[in-house]
Design a protein around this ligand. Structure first.
Ligand code: CDP
Length: 203
């Protein structure tokens, strides 16, 4: 079966958790496309050229434990504005999306640019305050000490950069289902997402 679930949304809205759960539920492969940009961002922070970094990305780079830091997130959103970097990462994402067995991809431009023909599209959002508080907890759990105010400031700056860029800006695809997780438990958010995907599976 070829079936693509495209999941987009702003930073820390719950895309990652929902995407992993949806992929596990349907037995599909999952790609967190943010990790591609984070891996390029990390290489750039280490002094490499953005385009050369994008060209050299391999699966092992996506498992680097430093990818979740706020500095790498910021570097990721900067390299994500470079047209040539995005172009370099396009083919890998497109082919992942059409792999046999189905695929869930989460990011910013999956339903609009990478997989405009995805069988199922979700746009996951939450209020900025809720997102900042979740990200803060996540970072603290990983041993990073950062104030809630700084996390909120970083998220808003990144959202603005992702929304305002000329190429593949973060935007809700017109044919996507909106899920606002601000008031939802993790289980309820996952249940809504799974139900939305189920409706698109023709048996
Ligand atoms: O985990 P979080 O939602 O904070 O971010 P992420 O999904 O890991 O993405 C990090 C950055 O990569 C974003 O702020 C975007 O600038 C960029 N990105 C993108 O441009 N397109 C994607 N499909 C995925 C991520």
């Amino acid at each position: 079966m070829i079936f693509t679930v495209a999941i987009d949304g702003p930073a820390a809205a719950g895309k990652g958790t929902i995407s992993k759960a949806v992929a596990a539920y349907f037995g599909m492969a999952h790609l967190d496309t943010g990790l591609l940009y984070r891996a390029v961002g990390l290489k750039v922070l280490n002094g490499c050229d953005p385009l050369a970094s994008a060209r050299s990305i391999c699966f092992e780079d996506l498992h680097n434990s430093n990818l979740r830091s706020p500095e790498v997130a910021e570097a990721a959103s900067k390299v994500a504005g470079i047209v040539e970097v995005r172009a370099e990462l396009l083919a890998f994402q497109k082919s992942f999306a059409r792999r046999e067995g189905g695929a869930v991809l989460d990011g910013r431009d999956i339903g609009t640019v990478i997989c405009p023909d995805a069988e199922s599209k979700l746009f996951i959002t939450a209020s900025a305050k809720v997102r900042a508080s979740r990200r803060c907890q996540e970072l603290r759990k990983n041993g990073m000490n950062i104030s809630a105010e700084q996390v909120l400031k970083d998220l808003l700056a990144r959202d603005a950069r992702d929304t305002d860029r000329a190429t593949a800006p973060m935007i809700q695809a017109v044919d996507s289902i909106l899920i606002d997780t601000s008031q939802l438990s993790v289980d309820d958010a996952i249940a809504e997402a799974v139900a939305a995907v189920k409706k698109r599976i023709v048996l």
